[in-house]
Structures are given as structure tokens and as C-alpha cells.
Write a protein that binds this ligand. Structure first.
Ligand code: PMV
Length: 327
């Protein structure tokens, strides 16, 4: 393995926004979801991570935008690195991960997805592993459930599988990034880190009295989203995106203690977009945070953009993005 010593590898991974959301873990240790999810990669939200293994350090390390993450906070990234070290036979080696995001982290803009996907690819290639896309998506899942979907490009589905060891879980592209010319706006309602992590939120929601009812509906969202995308039917897509989003946030409010990822400002924007979506091809979604993601068809792009500018909030504009690559 010594030929991989000091081999620096940098990967770029895009954040992804779930259209049919993953929420809930059938196995917390393995980070396995209950049901399938569907997302789009976001071209202009990305993480670039450099990995290098060496024999001198006493522990693995990760810095994000210059901030050194304390060892006890490496969490799932530690598990990811342990798995790569085991597979590559690099016992005695430690990994240095240096990561940069071009957008605010931990605010519900899927920085954990792009972060874990970039770390999985950079660290595994630097360790000398040559994994295929399916294997990489499984590896990225160890770091963050949604990270699996940032490995393939474009429109992506994560298949939950049913094997206890997670061997049949994987993510793959449904369609490439240029399949459907949609525009994405990430409206930055709040750039402070969210108070409740996705993992804590999911585990709390699994104890909600409404969990089973939620599951019964949410498990159908991935098929509905895939069908809408296949037909390029925006009104069908809007229906599933709004259901998936509102059901997740309504469920969160029924956890004990209740979780409110939304802020009054996000609700105001959601209501506005829902009203507009009755007339034009626009919809919106939020992950576990208060920032609102607006998606629209090309034909209404100038109108929607002006409307967003009028909100007076910072926003990042993007198209659908590609998969994780070595740069
Ligand atoms: O991958 P995690 O653990 O950050 O969870 C992601 C959860 C949501 O973003 C809310 C939904 C999703 O499918 O991305």
C-alpha cells in the first residue's frame, strides 16, 4: 500500500436536493433508509475535498473551510474513513481531509451530502481503491444517507434495498443532468447552522404517533417523482415535491419535543410559491432547514427570478448538476 502514501486526490461533489425525500433510518448504525428517494444534483452548490493518507499522523483529520473539526465530532466521516482504511489495508495510515464548500454548511442545503460524497471519492481513490459508482454510493452513504445520491449525476434515485447488511442499497442516475432544463434557486433565509441534525430529527420523528401514517404515504413518493420526471410533467412533479416536503415538516412538528426547521419567513415563501404554482410551472422544497429551494421550468424563469429578487434575500441560482468527479 505504500505506493499510495502521500498521494493527494481532490474530488468535487455537488449538493443534491431531494424531490422525494429520505427521512427515517431502518438501521441507524449502517445509515440505511426505510424507502427510496429521488433528487437532483445542484451544479452551483459544491464541496471540494482533498484527501491524503500518511503514516505520521496519530488520527484522521478534517478541516471545513479552514475550521479544524474536533476529533470527537468526526462522527460518520470517521466511520467512512475507517471503512476505506479497512478495505484498502491501510492500517497504520491516517487520512487528512481538507474540504471547501462554496455555500453555507449545516443549513439544510445538503452540505453533508456533498461533503460526504467528496470525502468518499477523494479518500478512496487516494487509498488506491477503484470503486464503481454503485460501490461509491454505498460508501458515501456511511458518511451521510443523502450523500449516496451526490455520487451519480443529474436526476438520481437511491434504492433503499431490504438486505440487513445494506448490500442492496445504492444510488444511480435516472437521467443525466441535461435531461430537463429546470432552474434552481436556493433562497438563503437563514445561514446559521440548524439546531437539530437530520439524524436526530429522523430518530425523533420515528417516535411520533404519526410515523406509520407518514411512512405509508412517503414510501410512494419516489415512484411518483420518477414517473413525473419520466413524463417531464411539471404539475405531477410539483404535486409530489410539495407533498414530500410538507409531510416531512408536518411530521417533524409532531415529534416530541416538536422540531420546527421552518422559520416564519420560509413559511411565507412556501405559501407564496404554492399559490403561484397553481398558475405557472414552479414549486419549492426544503430539507432539514429553513432555506427554501425554488425549482421552475425554463419558460417562466425570468418571471420567477424577478419574483425572488423582490424578496430581498440572498440566493444562489443553479441548473441541475453532474456527479462526483476527481478534479
Ligand atoms: O443525509 P442526511 O442524514 O443529511 O439526511 C437528509 C435528509 C433530507 O435532506 C431532509 C432529505 C433528503 O432526502 O435529502
Amino acid at each position: 500500500m505504500s505506493e499510495h502514501k502521500e498521494k493527494k486526490v481532490t474530488a468535487r461533489a455537488h449538493a443534491n436536493i431531494a424531490l422525494a425525500k429520505y427521512w427515517g433510518k431502518r438501521d441507524e448504525e449502517l445509515n440505511l433508509p426505510f424507502f427510496d428517494s429521488v433528487s437532483i444534483n445542484v451544479e452551483d452548490l459544491y464541496t471540494e475535498t482533498t484527501a491524503v493518507w500518511n503514516e505520521e499522523d496519530v488520527r484522521d483529520s478534517l478541516s471545513i473551510n479552514g475550521w479544524e473539526v474536533p476529533a470527537h465530532k468526526l462522527g460518520r466521516i470517521q466511520k467512512l474513513l475507517d471503512e476505506i482504511r479497512r478495505r484498502a489495508g491501510l492500517e497504520g495510515y491516517r487520512c487528512v481531509l481538507t474540504s471547501r464548500n462554496n455555500f453555507p454548511v449545516s443549513t439544510g442545503l445538503a452540505s453533508s451530502a456533498s461533503g460526504a460524497a467528496a470525502a468518499a471519492m477523494a479518500a478512496s481513490v487516494s487509498a488506491g481503491l477503484s470503486l464503481n459508482e454503485r460501490e461509491l454510493s454505498q460508501l458515501a452513504r456511511i458518511g451521510s444517507g443523502s450523500a449516496a445520491r451526490s455520487i451519480p449525476g443529474g436526476w438520481v434515485r437511491a434504492y433503499a434495498g431490504s438486505a440487513e447488511d445494506g448490500s442492496d442499497f445504492y444510488a444511480s442516475s435516472l437521467f443525466g443532468q441535461h435531461y430537463w432544463n429546470l432552474h434552481i434557486f436556493a433562497i438563503l433565509v437563514d445561514t446559521k447552522p440548524k439546531r437539530v441534525s437530520s439524524t436526530d430529527g429522523m430518530l425523533a420523528c420515528q417516535k411520533s404517533p404519526f410515523w406509520n401514517a407518514y411512512m405509508e404515504t412517503a414510501k410512494h413518493h419516489a415512484d411518483a417523482a420518477q414517473n413525473a420526471i419520466f413524463q417531464k410533467d411539471f404539475s405531477l412533479l410539483r404535486e409530489v415535491v410539495h407533498s414530500s416536503t410538507c409531510q416531512l415538516h408536518a411530521l417533524a412538528a409532531t415529534a416530541s419535543p416538536a422540531i420546527f426547521y421552518l422559520s416564519p419567513k420560509s413559511l411565507e415563501i412556501i405559501e407564496h410559491i404554492h399559490r403561484q404554482s397553481q398558475a405557472i410551472p414552479v414549486c419549492c422544497t426544503l430539507d432539514a432547514g429553513s432555506n427554501v429551494i425554488v425549482i421552475c421550468e425554463d419558460v417562466v424563469y425570468p418571471f420567477v427570478k424577478n419574483d425572488i429578487i423582490a424578496l430581498g434575500l440572498p440566493y444562489i441560482q443553479s441548473k441541475v448538476g453532474g456527479g462526483t468527479t476527481i478534479i
